[in-house]
Design a protein around this ligand. Structure first.
Ligand code: SAM
Length: 291
């Protein structure tokens, strides 16, 4: 029986056979740890009735693990040099469809229709290209598609920011954006040594699970996120200073401070101390003022 694609000797053998070197510009770090691949596939909770969407299959290391569990796997790869490789490595898995393209330009709803229409549930599982971690996550979440789980390997530093709580140095607009829609969990931490080539950063696998309802109720989500963005615009500034000139004319500090006091937020606080509930109250009050 063939070795797993991710076994270090097979990975090196494939790279050599095709004369490939990893492209840094595409975030190519190939995973060679079978345990971590198993953990990613398990966290996605896939069964024969389910579908898996993988972003960046590379040589097929994770794809193979997903195909052993899921009924359908769609894997989107940008690098055309890898297409003949994937044809060979994934030949034993007819349930896998490799799609050549840029995930950021892909029509996800159409892909879902074409690949997963008859699936019971669909999860994302991927070792993401780190240079576009945030845009990919936001695209998946904002698509509104009912992914069961999103299990992704990302830089540990970004994982910390996603899971951060109010008051911590890592808490920011990314924490609020993701936690608004999803529960977050850390599956495992991953050292650089298990990749070929090794990245310069620590990694972590996280699992995002969409909430049935957003974490807080707001009347206008786009407005809510504008308030969040503005509140974190300059971390050293107070909340009032960040909001002045954006949601209230510069000369109206007293009116802004009264409005903050009305929703129970001291104007001298910084954005990074506000809970999701407080952001929601603030956003609703600023909206009422603007109308
Ligand atoms: N899944 C493989 C593994 O775990 O060994 C490779 C992971 S590697 C970190 C990221 C993969 O994403 C590479 O194969 C890279 O070519 C691909 N990629 C980079 N940018 C992409 C994009 N915009 N759309 C789709 N795939 C992309």
């Amino acid at each position: 029986m063939a070795q797993d694609i991710a076994a270090p000797s097979r990975t090196h053998g494939i790279l050599k056979k095709y004369g490939l070197s990893a492209k840094k510009s595409l975030g190519q770090n190939f995973l060679t740890d079978l345990n971590i691949l198993r953990k990613i596939a398990e966290a996605a909770e896939l069964g024969p009735e389910d579908g898996a969407l993988e972003i960046g299959p590379g040589l097929g290391a994770l794809t193979e693990h997903l195909a052993r569990k899921a009924g359908r796997v769609a894997a989107v790869e940008l690098d055309d040099r890898l297409l003949p490789v994937l044809r060979e490595t994934l030949a034993p898995y007819p349930q896998v469809r490799v799609i050549h393209g840029d995930v950021l330009k892909l029509d996800l709803a159409r892909l879902w229709e074409e690949c997963f229409a008859d699936c019971h549930s669909v999860s994302v599982a991927a070792n993401l290209p780190y240079y576009i971690t945030t845009p990919i996550l936001m695209k998946l979440i904002e698509s509104g598609l009912p992914f069961r789980h999103i299990v992704v390997m990302i830089q540990k530093e970004v994982a910390d920011r996603i899971a951060a709580r109010p008051g911590s140095k890592d808490y920011g607009s990314l924490s609020v954006a993701i936690q608004f829609y999803c529960e977050t969990e850390t599956v495992t931490r991953v050292p650089p040594s298990v990749f070929v080539p090794q990245p310069n950063v620590e990694s972590a696998v996280i699992r995002l699970t969409r909430r049935a309802e957003p974490a807080v109720r707001v009347s206008d989500e786009a407005w809510f996120f504008r308030v969040v963005q503005a509140s974190f615009a300059q971390r050293r500034k107070t909340l009032a200073n960040n909001l002045l000139g954006v949601f209230m004319p510069k000369g109206e500090r007293a009116r802004l401070e009264a409005l903050l006091a009305e929703v129970g937020i001291a104007p001298g606080r910084r954005g990074e101390t506000l809970s999701m509930d407080e952001f929601a109250r603030l956003s609703e009050r600023l909206k009422a003022e603007a109308e």
